[in-house]
Design a protein around this ligand. Structure first.
Ligand code: ADP
Ligand code: 5RP
Length: 492
């Protein structure tokens, strides 16, 4: 028992490893722990582990026009959280970011405490002089990050299941009830996580539980109404955004009692809790709106509004979103469609991406080495960059192994090979969407931390074969702020 508890606790340390994987035969648990504690994010001495901050006020508060309304978006990504404060013209008044502080208890990261602390730390970073003008707030989070909470208190009943964790033991049960190739038929789906929790929890928890996603839970902290989600976050538990309801095959399950009420993204839920409002100096009519997922917020930020336009989020993970007039889903390849008003955002999320780069290079090294890459030349190196075993898209294979060798003597060549290999995965993703019937891609905008790498954009344009450029707004927090603006407009 001790071993399994310990393994379980290590699992939450290494979110990129499948939850139910038997670490006994994969690696020494101590080695896993030393790896996460040695990673970039944890190199600072414990005393320095308070969250690192950067923020920018783009307008002089003294010039702020009285009566003007501002809209606050917050993005809770993989490695940290950001906020953007904009006006109705989309002008950024202030923005900031915080890395997640790591709270350890018995070798386990307390992600819920980290996210909650980061939420209120970000709110403290917002210039006091601008807070009275904030009309509405929305939040995006990582998709499929699942928190089962007590329906009365909102307190988590177990540790969260992170976005890229997999519960393969639940997959046969889900496949037995869902239509073939449905979005939930993936080990990393929210429904597999709910089934996994349901099978392992005691009866008393079952009757008093509610499912929330990361963004839902953070928004609940601000508005205080439990059990509300949006149809982007709820997609992977089985909600059908086309008919705006859960399907009968899901409602007939015993665990359907935990399912949240689902609203469109950017819907006003209510005003901010008075205790928080008065503590931070927000206005009495500041409304909290339903959120979305991080890669959809990044798409919204890019303002790509024509079918055929796409956004690739080069964050910790590679997520692609193509605006299509046709809905496509095929869990065999990790392809699903999110609804965006009357169109569909077709795509998927790979486990490749920036987090693999960060395991090998610091951001400063990435910048310096990238400058030396000849982006016009194809790299002969063929990798499949993953942090560890398991891939979600464009191949849904929980057993896929990372391939990052042979490593050349030159770090410039090595980085070139990794960036080009990730570009090939991106290209495979877009050609797969076309094969499955989505509107063919014409142009790709780039969001996320990797969007600052001009050489990578040039490599990707060569590999993809169509125009690739950096989005005007590359932060998902900007997209969440646009959702807040939508919610406030609906209130007027
Ligand atoms: N110059 C760069 N070139 C390529 N990738 C970069 C560069 N700078 C940062 N990154 C990558 O950006 C990622 C962070 O992007 P971000 O959008 O903040 O991620 P997330 O929100 O998913 O945590 C890191 O994993 C890092 O490797
Ligand atoms: O990789 C991820 C974290 O960054 C998420 O899976 C990402 O949100 C993609 O999910 P979705 O396509 O549902 O937005």
């Amino acid at each position: 028992m001790a071993a399994s508890v310990y393994t379980h606790s290590i699992c939450s340390l290494l979110p990129h490893l499948p939850k139910s994987q038997n670490y006994g035969d994969h690696c020494n648990v101590r080695k896993l722990l030393s790896r996460i504690l040695d990673s970039n994010a944890l190199r600072k001495p414990r005393s320095k582990l308070n969250s690192l901050r950067s923020s920018k006020v783009n307008m002089d508060v003294a010039d702020f026009e009285v009566g003007k309304q501002l809209y606050l978006g917050m993005d809770f990504g993989t490695s940290g959280a950001r906020y953007a404060l904009i006006d109705k013209e989309g002008e950024i008044y202030a923005e900031g970011k915080r890395e997640y502080p790591l709270y350890m208890s018995e070798e386990t990261i307390d992600w819920v405490k980290s996210w909650k602390t980061t939420l209120f730390t970000l709110m403290e970073d917002i210039p006091v002089g601008l807070r009275p003008a904030i009309a509405s707030i929305s939040i995006d989070g990582t998709s499929g990050t699942t928190i089962i909470v007590d329906s009365t208190t909102g307190e988590p009943l177990c540790r969260p299941f992170l976005y890229n964790e997999s519960c393969p033991e639940a997959l046969p049960i889900v496949k037995a009830i869902a239509p073939a190739k449905h979005t939930v038929c993936s080990g990393s789906s929210t429904l597999c996580k709910v089934v996994s929790w349901w099978r392992s929890s005691i009866d008393s928890s079952k009757t008093s539980a509610t499912l929330l996603h990361q963004a839902d839970w953070l928004l609940w902290l601000l508005h205080g109404k439990l059990g509300l989600s949006d149809y982007n976050n709820a997609l992977k538990v089985g909600y059908d955004p086309e008919v705006e309801s859960y399907p009968p095959w899901l409602l007939s399950q015993p665990y359907s009692c935990v399912l949240p009420v689902v609203l469109p993204p950017g819907t006003t839920i209510g005003t901010m809790k008075e205790s928080i409002r008065s503590q931070f100096g927000f206005p009495k009519d500041c409304v909290i709106c339903t959120g979305t997922t991080d890669s959809i917020a990044a798409f919204l930020a890019a303002r790509a509004n024509q079918p055929g336009k796409a956004v690739t989020s080069l964050g910790s993970t590679l997520a692609i979103k193509l605006l299509s007039t046709r809905r496509v889903e095929d869990s065999r390849f990790g392809v699903y469609s999110h609804r965006l008003d009357d169109k569909w955002l077709v795509g998927g999320a790979s486990n490749t991406g920036g987090a693999v780069l960060r395991q090998i290079f610091t951001d400063e090294q990435l910048k310096k080495l990238s400058e030396k890459i000849n982006s016009a030349e194809a790299s002969p190196l063929d990798y499949y960059p993953l942090q560890d075993i398991g891939e979600r898209f464009p191949v849904a294979d929980p057993e896929m192994k990372p391939r990052l060798h042979p490593r050349p003597a030159s770090d410039v060549e090595y980085l070139h090979g990794i960036l080009e290999s990730i570009a090939r995965i991106e290209a495979k993703g877009y050609s797969l969407l076309k094969e499955l019937g989505a509107t063919p891609v014409e142009e790709v905008f780039t969001a996320g931390g990797g969007s600052k790498n001009e050489k990578w954009i040039q490599i990707r344009e060569r590999v993809l074969g169509f125009p690739v450029r950096k989005a005007l707004q590359t932060e998902a927090a900007y997209g969440a702020a646009l959702l807040a603006m939508k919610g406030a407009a609906a209130e007027r």
